[in-house]
Design a protein around this ligand. Structure first.
Ligand SMILES: [Zn+2]
Length: 366
């Protein structure tokens, strides 16, 4: 019988080792146990019960030994087995009960509504930085007598290229490679398409700005995205010349960045303007000095100038394509990208940030 008794002791010890981590629950010591963790532990406790007291458990096996013990020892052995079995059962019962109560209490507390708490305010969104910048520019041009023109993003080859004096095989088509649909349409590669449509629709004289999305087959990197925003400006009337263009662009940038802002025009080439120029303005960070806080200015890379966009006098072919007599009317046009401007104003080193829709980034632009 001593051998059998030792077997029972081993069963008790094994249970004791596995029950160790539940011991504190008998004393109602739960620490900062979360509801989910408590529920998981309760399940583990149930598994432990099956393992140690179920039909296939060593304890059940031990109970079957009682009948095989010599009759004179049977009662004593039987009591011993019952005692151990009782200890195991009550340890499990207690831990399970207390843990069950803890779960119930925690769940009830969580589900109780504290009516004295203030309500949750809905979080109102706000405009995207590109939209904010676009609206600011629109306001300035509206105050200067310009209308805002909007138009389609899917265009025909004619409006995207031919009407803008970019015939087939012109190298400018290469640099403005865009996305094509199977039906012979293209996503516009520039907002200049709106110039054509607006002149066709409204006739001349005309003063418009056309903000909108444009598309290029660019691989995204820090300074390129396949979709970006441009604002195009167009003014056509009798007697319009280059000085009107320079005056308009300068006035807009002064209203944007302060009246000390200077502008600079460098000769350039675009198929739809003649003559053409690129325009720069004096850096708003270092006031055109190229130095900021004793260091080379990071915004203009020390040059004092920020390159912004292209402009020029509307090419006679473009006017003629829209049925405007270029001997009577003349005009200027200019265009620039919003992302670059926005990136400079907020010192962003990667324009892709603007389209990743990460709320942590966007909510800085309240
Ligand atoms: Zn600077």
């Amino acid at each position: 019988m001593q051998e059998e008794k030792r077997q029972i002791e081993v069963i008790r010890e094994r249970f004791g080792t596995e029950f160790e981590r539940f011991v504190n629950f008998r004393k109602e010591e739960f620490g900062d146990l979360t509801l989910a963790a408590a529920e998981r532990l309760k399940k583990e406790l149930e598994d432990l019960r099956v393992k140690h007291t179920g039909k296939k458990s060593p304890l059940s096996g031990a109970k079957r030994l009682i009948g095989k013990i010599a009759p004179e020892n049977r009662a004593e052995f039987g009591k011993f087995v019952q005692k151990i079995s009782g200890e195991i059962e009550s340890a499990l019962d207690e831990a399970e009960d207390r843990l069950g109560n803890y779960i119930l209490k925690t769940r009830t507390e969580r589900e109780t509504i504290d009516v004295t708490l203030p309500g949750r305010r809905p979080q109102p969104g706000h405009l995207h930085p590109i939209t904010l910048l676009r609206q600011r520019i629109e306001d300035i041009f509206v105050s200067m007598g310009y209308a805002i023109e909007d138009d389609r993003e899917i265009e025909t080859d004619y409006y995207n290229f031919d009407a803008l004096n970019i015939p087939e095989h012109h190298p400018a088509r290469e640099s403005q490679d865009t996305f094509y649909t199977t039906g012979g349409f293209a996503l516009r590669s520039q907002t200049s398409t709106v110039q054509i449509r607006a002149m066709e629709r409204r006739g001349v004289p005309i003063r418009i700005i056309a903000p909108g999305r444009v598309f290029r087959r660019d691989t995204p990197d820090q300074t390129h995205t396949p979709m970006f925003h441009q604002i195009e400006g167009l003014c056509v009337d009798k007697g319009i010349n280059m000085s009107h263009l320079k005056g308009t662009v300068t006035e807009w940038l002064r209203r944007m960045y302060g009246k000390e802002t200077k502008t600079r025009f460098r000769p350039s080439y675009f198929p739809f303007t003649e003559p053409s120029a690129e325009f720069d303005f004096s850096c708003f960070k270092c006031d055109g000095t190229g130095e900021f806080e004793g260091d080379k200015c990071g915004t203009c890379r020390g040059s004092g100038w920020i390159e912004l966009g292209g402009c020029g006098m509307v090419h006679p072919n473009v006017l003629e394509n829209c049925g405007v007599d270029h001997k009577v009317y003349s005009g200027f046009a200019f265009g620039f990208g919003l992302e670059r401007m926005c990136a400079l104003m907020y010192s962003l080193d990667d324009i892709r940030l603007m389209f990743e829709n990460d709320v942590r980034f966007l909510k800085q632009f309240h």
